[in-house]
Write a protein of this length. Structure first.
Length: 339
């Protein structure tokens, strides 16, 4: 997939535009890209994903929490590539764009700048000033602007439609299983291992402290069963040539470490039995199950006893936890973290 600024980098060809914010690249988004791929198979035209940054809700009256994303730009781009897009265009979502009338957006960006011959969007997609543009408007304007429109219906998982809002609410409550149901994979938080305060080592339960991007949504504070992936050079255990990826069961704490009067939310992972050094290395944490709330213990010994119980639960469930399948994008992203 090639990241571009506009049609000039494609040439004179018309395009199929898959249109959306695509935060999360969840099962609903994946269904949209499958429909766009069907149009590509019918027409032979290139498939272009059109998205926006920052999240439009940061400038349209719903800013709370949307400075953080389910999939920041690099993660979103890698996942969209796995969905089969040939090109990716990310429009800067400025105040000027937010004030653009909906029909002007369709005419300027879709028809003129991107040469859309077909547009594929979700049933709930809105665009233009105050979100006035709806999918049915695109259908009507497409007749005038010479592009067809396919509107993808809701993708239902469990009892409700999959949406980024649903996933955000699940993560906020620590329900990582619900998030995984909607994403089609466990929720991932990644980052380089940074130096911590060393308290885990002192009580015999060393942890890796992740330096997580500030624009990434974190699950609600608590203790989780997770799978941690780390890349080592050489080998053939991933979809990326020359890269071997090892996966471990882990206990992960998201929170403020109240037993030690900590401040600021951290993501800390303990990998039972792991003896190597991870400082400075990139790792991925996939959240599988919430074990318990984060809470204050009377002393470090009591905390250690509880964490040992958490470890027993994680190891007992490790076989089940390893059963998920990941998009190849996560191998590629982890390979970039080679020291």
């Amino acid at each position: 997939m090639k990241t571009i600024d506009g049609k000039s980098e494609i040439g004179s060809r018309e395009t199929i535009v898959a249109l959306g914010v695509f935060d999360g690249v969840h099962l609903g988004h994946q269904a949209l890209f499958r429909e766009a791929a069907r149009v590509r198979a019918e027409t032979g035209l290139p498939l272009l994903a059109l998205t926006f940054h920052p999240h439009p809700r940061t400038m349209t009256g719903h800013p709370d929490g949307y400075g953080r994303l389910l999939t920041p730009s690099a993660e979103k781009a890698a996942l969209i590539e796995d969905c089969g897009a040939d090109y990716l265009v990310t429009l800067p979502f400025t105040r000027e764009m937010a004030s653009t009338p909906a029909r002007d957006f369709a005419a300027k960006y879709l028809a003129r700048e991107l040469g859309a011959r077909h547009v594929v969007c979700g049933f709930s997609f809105t665009f233009g000033h105050r979100g006035a543009g709806k999918p049915q408007d695109l259908v009507e304007w497409g007749k005038e602007l010479d592009f067809g429109v396919r509107v993808v219906p809701p993708f239902v998982a469990g009892d409700d439609a999959v949406s980024s809002t649903r996933i955000r609410a699940a993560l906020d409550g620590g329900d990582v299983a619900e998030a995984a149901l909607c994403l089609g994979r466990p929720y991932c938080v990644s980052g380089k291992v940074a130096t911590g305060d060393g308290r885990g080592h002192r009580i015999g339960i060393p942890t890796s402290n992740l330096s997580v991007s500030e624009d990434k949504v974190l699950p609600g504070n608590g203790v989780y069963a997770a799978q941690v992936r780390v890349v080592v050079s050489g080998g053939k255990s991933s979809s990326t040539p020359g890269v071997a990826i090892r996966q471990f069961s882990a206990v992960v704490n998201v929170g403020t470490r109240p037993t030690f009067d900590g401040s600021g939310v951290r993501v800390e992972a303990h990998i039972p039995g792991f003896a190597g050094r991870l400082y400075g290395r990139g790792i991925q944490v996939f959240f599988v199950e919430r074990l318990r709330d984060e809470r204050r213990f009377p002393d470090a010994a009591a905390l250690k006893t509880q964490v040992e119980q958490d470890i027993e639960r994680v190891l007992a469930a490790s076989r089940k936890a390893r059963s998920f399948t990941l998009p190849r994008a996560y191998d590629r992203m982890l390979a970039l973290e080679l020291p």
